[in-house]
Design a protein around this ligand. Structure first.
Ligand SMILES: Nc1ncnc2c1ncn2[C@@H]1O[C@H](COP(=O)(O)OP(=O)(O)O)[C@@H](O)[C@H]1O
Ligand SMILES: [Mg+2]
Length: 291
């Protein structure tokens, strides 16, 4: 059996976490092949393609959408499905989930300077965060005061740096206690980490040297995160549910369905469950289901 891991040209040998996953798969006879998504063609003998370290997708977004279209026409099954990946690639999905009753970080979309005042009216004044609607790895995520939003949006609009617009959010001071990442494999809870920012930072991404440690979340937190997955039309092969605790309840920051790190370097004992689920998906997902 051969499974492709979709990666970027910056990670031709995959991430350290995914190398552990590939090694585990190889023990059960599965050959994992890195597939650089910007390359012209796909290997044609794959049993499954799994999105993994294509972390540059948001910087080449139009190309990435074409890649998703191309996958939809291929016979090889893809996980997570191109439909789910496309939906998850714009952070405005958070507003859809909030409308469906999911507890999320209060968020409002902005597509032009004219929309700033309505977004601020929705969220209230004070400390806010602005981020590109299509973004990853903490790129362009800024904390700012409500008074400064208009100027920032005007400047960014003039640079045309984020053609898909921005998401404005309330600044969640709970981030100081850390962001939980709960990993679900085929709908089942697998493992979790708690990521905490550096003392003078609020972003926990690798480039901001956030600390990552294994954690055993309370059963209620796992249940609260799992219920959020029930809002999706399909059960993702993998999902990372990122959130902060607000008065003890899980509040969704991001639902990561494209290429989240699954932290096998931090929680190495979880790798067996994920490898078994991926192998199973390669057997059960029907060829041509992407269309
Ligand atoms: N509304 C917010 N309140 C507090 N911290 C935030 C907020 N939004 C983002 N952050 C911090 O910035 C980091 C990156 O933002 P995130 O929305 O996860 O974007 P990305 O997809 O680029 O990782 C988060 O992990 C968190 O540490
Ligand atoms: Mg994030």
């Amino acid at each position: 059996m051969r499974i492709g891991f979709v990666t970027s040209s910056d990670y031709p040998t995959l991430s350290a976490s995914d190398r552990l996953l590939a090694k585990e798969l190889s023990i059960s006879g599965v050959d994992v092949v890195p597939v650089i998504w910007t390359d012209a063609s796909l290997p044609d003998d794959l049993d499954l393609l799994v999105f993994r370290s294509c972390w540059d997708y948001s910087e080449k977004y139009d190309e990435f959408l074409c890649f998703l279209d191309k996958l939809g026409d291929q016979r090889v099954p893809v996980a997570n499905s191109p439909t789910l990946v496309r939906w998850n690639s714009r952070k405005s999905y958070l507003i859809e989930l909030a409308d469906a009753g999911v507890r999320t970080v209060p968020s409002a979309p902005i597509s032009s300077p004219e929309e700033v005042s309505i977004a601020i009216a929705t969220l209230g004044e004070g400390s806010l965060v602005i981020k590109p609607q299509v973004g990853a790895s903490g790129r362009g995520v800024q904390r700012l005061s409500s008074e400064d939003v208009l100027e920032v949006v005007k400047q960014e609009a003039a640079r045309r740096s984020n053609p898909q617009g921005w998401l404005l959010q309330k600044f969640m001071s709970e981030i100081r206690q850390g962001e939980y990442s709960l990993v679900f494999i085929a709908g089942e809870f697998s493992h979790a980490v708690l990521k905490t920012p550096q003392p003078s930072e609020f972003r926990i991404n690798t480039r901001y040297r956030g600390n990552v440690a294994p954690v055993s979340p309370a059963t209620e937190l796992v249940e609260q995160a799992q219920i959020m997955l029930h809002c999706l039309n399909e059960t993702p092969l993998y999902a990372r549910v990122d959130g902060v605790l607000v008065e003890g309840d899980f509040c969704l920051c991001e639902l990561e369905l494209i290429e989240p790190s699954l932290y096998f370097t931090v929680v190495s004992e979880a790798v067996g469950f994920a490898a078994a689920a991926i192998r199973q998906a390669a057997v059960t997902l029907e060829r041509g289901w992407n269309g």
